[in-house]
Design a protein around this ligand. Structure first.
Ligand SMILES: [Zn+2]
Length: 110
């Protein structure tokens, strides 16, 4: 399993989006970070995202890459670091235990 496979298997797109500050509604919609979105246009699933406003789409690695202007490999590395995924060759991928995430206090926006 390479770093891309490990990250995609361990990190749902929706969880990554929330980790990076998007407020995702119960039905998986969020305001798109890739265009000036005032009404949630971004649909987030386990495996991919799609924006009805600007057409941005991809998997969790594409999401981080576009969000932070990284290459795919850099994005995978960042996700692995942020979610505690072991990417050493030959090692078993360690998936962090699901944290019992209750409702976070609202992130104060600009
Ligand atoms: Zn968009």
């Amino acid at each position: 399993m390479n770093i891309f496979e490990a990250v995609k298997a361990a990190v749902p797109v929706r969880q990554a989006a929330e980790h990076y500050g998007l407020k995702v509604s119960r039905n998986g919609m969020a305001c798109c970070p890739f265009h000036n979105d005032r009404h949630p246009s971004l649909k987030l699933n386990e495996e991919y995202f799609f924006c009805f406003g600007c057409g941005a789409k991809g998997d969790v690695i594409d999401f981080a890459a576009q969000m932070f202007d990284l290459s795919s490999y850099e994005a995978a590395q960042r996700l692995a670091a942020d979610f505690g995924i072991s990417t050493q060759p030959g090692q078993t991928v360690v998936v962090p235990p699901q944290t019992q995430a209750t409702s976070h206090p609202a992130v104060s926006g600009g």
